[in-house]
Design a binder for this molecule. Sequence first.
Ligand SMILES: [Zn+2]
Length: 159
Amino acid sequence: MTDIRNTNGTCPSCGKAVIGYSSAARDYGSPIRTCKGCGQQYLDSRYIELAVEPPAPRDFKAGAGLKIALLGLIIFVISGALTLSTISHHGYYSMKALLTMILSIVLILFGIIDAVRVKTGAKQKSLDRKRAESEQRLMDRSYARLLADLGYNVPDKYL
Ligand SMILES: [Zn+2]
């Protein structure tokens, strides 16, 4: 198996760990990666070729972004209340609570921007563009073969 998802984030050839690997991460793009340690190519099936696989349903739901924004808001209220209360009662504030507050604002903004991008169709446009790029990659027969050899499920029409 040459898929990095089966080796828990280490190169299937030499075992070098990929920095910051998260098995839950998903993105669109070429699943072929080259190891910085040994130079061997391997499959990173956390990346999806949009010409082959459909995008995740959550990418079309504004609700997903709004849920993230709501979560951010809840964290903001809790960490904000904590900060206010320690300042007014004890005259100090916790750096952790303050950092959590800042992070929650980032979460709120990210969620809202994501929802707006779904609503305005900007996200769909970006997915369409990525699908076209994916199609372009797969039209290259040697690329499609390599992808299939590494274990990705490539439809016959590209091979
Ligand atoms: Zn390697």
